[in-house]
Design a protein around this ligand. Structure first.
Ligand SMILES: C[S@@+](CC[C@H](N)C(=O)[O-])C[C@H]1O[C@@H](n2cnc3c(N)ncnc32)[C@H](O)[C@@H]1O
Ligand code: SF4
Ligand code: SF4
Length: 384
């Protein structure tokens, strides 16, 4: 089974998005020494293929020289793991030089834009849109593949049609994040999207996608339909991610995912010690996340979707115990309601199509909804 290492060169970021769960002022920036130690750590860690995603904070703050040294080290010294790369960035610091380097390593780029300029800048700060679009143009000039995350909040959900049309009309591929309360924020609920709203949003986007599949890629809908079709999670949210996903912070600390970087209670080890899987398994963070797996096996036992939901994301499920101040698991992912809504809708439509015309199922044209041109099977069978 392939595994995933997120490299977080810094939690620093020049932007100040209102709901951000990641950025941290004054965060140190990773040096190439940590990449060298990461290489040593992974040489004998596992045998399977690895994907490295540069994440943040804002990873491009690490600068051109860092990537110029880091990429060949990871690609050449770990060639037996067939490394693939990805990058998640706001693109503000993209330069032609960096874009050429990323092209050389065939790196797909994820960026972040919440929708039209006014709405985006209200959530992500004035001037954000222009700076990201400038970086996008540079990336496109070097023929890099770029797709966008739009974070839907309690505010932007009112404009879901405008947001979808914005991405459609501008030919930008889209993935959505429902804004979650940040474990770092003093007013965490302000921007958070409720689970019911998220469920309705997914159903709305499912219909839009069926109409516009040739014009746009909507990754969450692709993933959700595939999960139901193959009855197994296809993204980290819907699998037992523990043990197959790691994040390395600026000082070499190893965490279960980028979302935990900078939170000392979730440190599982450090790349400089070249820990084995067994070493990491001794950490409290590992145990906490494994408690989540056991919790899901009990709590979600009767749910029809357990095989391809697995309780959702364990980070989302954590809550802070007000007495001890410590994070604990006492629920599943708070978006359970949304997952049930969309899995039910997909299952219902797929069943209806399968019971209908066999031709319709294969060609994906059998949905009875006059608004939609295709059926759900066309998404399930779509090549990724
Ligand atoms: C944390 S950023 C890091 C990479 C880069 N700076 C960027 O913005 O793409 C990755 C993604 O997480 C999203 N994000 C940040 N805080 C969030 C929250 N509280 N809930 C949901 N998504 C969030 C951001 O909008 C962004 O799309
Ligand atoms: S650009 Fe990314 S890391 Fe920076 S504040 Fe916005 S969401 Fe957070
Ligand atoms: S939909 Fe809810 S109850 Fe069902 S497996 Fe997912 S989190 Fe558990």
């Amino acid at each position: 089974m392939a595994f995933h290492v997120m490299l977080v060169p810094t939690l620093g970021c020049p932007s100040d998005c209102k709901y951000c769960w990641s950025s941290e002022e004054g965060s140190p920036v990773m040096g190439v020494d940590i990449i060298k130690e990461t290489v040593e750590w992974l040489k004998n860690f596992r045998e399977e293929p690895v994907t490295f995603t540069f994440h943040g904070g804002e990873p491009l703050l690490a600068g051109y020289d860092f990537f110029l040294e880091a990429l060949p080290l990871l690609a050449n010294e770990l060639s037996h793991l067939k490394p693939a790369f990805a990058l998640q960035t706001n693109l503000w610091n993209m330069t032609p030089e960096l874009a050429r380097l990323f092209k050389e390593y065939n790196i797909p780029i994820g960026s972040s834009l919440d929708g039209p300029e006014e709405l985006n800048d209200l959530q992500r700060g004035k001037g954000y849109y222009q700076r990201t679009m400038k970086g996008y143009e540079i990336a496109r000039e070097e023929d890099l593949q770029v797709s966008f995350i739009s974070t839907f909040t309690s505010y932007s959900i009112q404009y879901k049609e405008d947001i979808f049309n914005f991405f459609l009309e501008n030919g930008l591929n889209l993935k959505l994040h429902p804004a979650l309360p940040s474990l770092r924020d003093e007013n965490p609920e302000k921007w958070a999207l409720s689970s019911e709203e998220y469920g309705e949003l997914l159903i709305y986007l499912l219909d839009q996608y069926l109409e516009h599949m040739d014009e746009i890629e909507l990754k969450n809908i692709d993933h959700l339909c595939k999960c139901v079709f193959i009855r197994r999670g296809v993204v980290c949210t819907f699998v037992d991610c523990m043990g197959d996903t790691f994040a390395v912070g600026p000082d070499g600390s190893i965490y279960p995912c980028y979302r935990f970087v900078g939170m000392p209670e979730y440190v599982m080890g450090n790349v400089q010690d070249h820990p084995s899987m067994d070493d990491l398994a001794q950490s409290d963070a590992w145990k906490l996340l494994h408690d989540f797996k056991d919790y899901v096996d009990t709590e979600c036992k009767k749910c029809s979707y357990i095989k391809f939901c697995r309780g959702g994301c364990p980070y989302n499920a954590l809550s802070i115990n007000e007495k001890t101040g410590k994070a604990e698991i006492n629920g599943v992912d708070p978006h359970c309601t949304a997952y049930k809504m969309i899995f039910k809708e997909i299952t219902k439509r797929a069943t209806k199509e399968m019971l209908g015309s066999g031709m319709g199922m294969i060609q994906g044209v059998s949905d009875n909804n006059p608004q939609t041109k295709r059926g759900i099977m066309s998404i399930m069978l779509k090549q990724s």
